[in-house]
Design a binder for this molecule. Sequence first.
Ligand code: KIV
Ligand code: NA
Length: 265
Amino acid sequence: LKKITTHQLQEMKNRGEKIAMLTAYDYSMAKILDGSGIDVILVGDSASNVMAGNDTTLPITLDQMIYHATSVVRAVVRALVIVDIPFGSYQGNSTEALRSAIRIMKESGGHGVKMEGGSEIKESIVRVLSAGVPVMGHLGLTPQSIFKFGTYTVRAREEAEAQKLIEDAKLLEETGCFAIVLEKIPAKLAKKVAEAVSIPIIGIGAGPDVDGQVLVVHDMLGITKEFQPRFLRRYADLDSVMTSAVENYIDDVKKNDFPTQEESY
Ligand code: KIV
Ligand code: NA
């Protein structure tokens, strides 16, 4: 199996092959995703939610992201591994953005970084790209700005925000980003963006007319239960599978059915 590169993602868009991306935050999960043939693994700052139990992505630190990314990279043979730069480690300071990206690349061995925002963070993106670090953009619902938005509802329904989003997407392409995540925006707008720029557009809650899809792996496996947005398709009910396994184990231990002679030394 050949390693996936940013160039291959561009070729996939060019020939109309959809890009499959999922998040992972640890070695064991990343090994399963990579072995299954996933194209891109995102070490998302959603680790703040699903790994650490925070309400938002804001608290996770650069050191914590590097820990997650390092664990993922150790498992991966084929997939492209992209790492979120966390809140507070790139906005408004391109020198800090560069330092954060270089730490991620050096310490984790990841293959690129993702940053949320358009024109507001242009300088940071340019600076990171100047070091030869591939950058994935992220527009639409950008969870690091949740306290500006106030809610997690669909973004860019209004014309002005939709216009800015299209302009930002073009700016990210011109700047040199290799792909863009579009989160929770109308499908029609996402289609327009995917047609307006030549780099791959990866959607989450952005409809089918984009170049690829991404989901949080704990959500699509049904490990998380409370999170139920319309865009989330559950491919397994691991909460039930794991709960009954743990219940059976407890039962066996209480009844002294585990371990047996064969399971003992
Ligand atoms: O952190 C994350 O999981 C993400 C994806 C939802 C795109 O940024
Ligand atoms: Na993220």
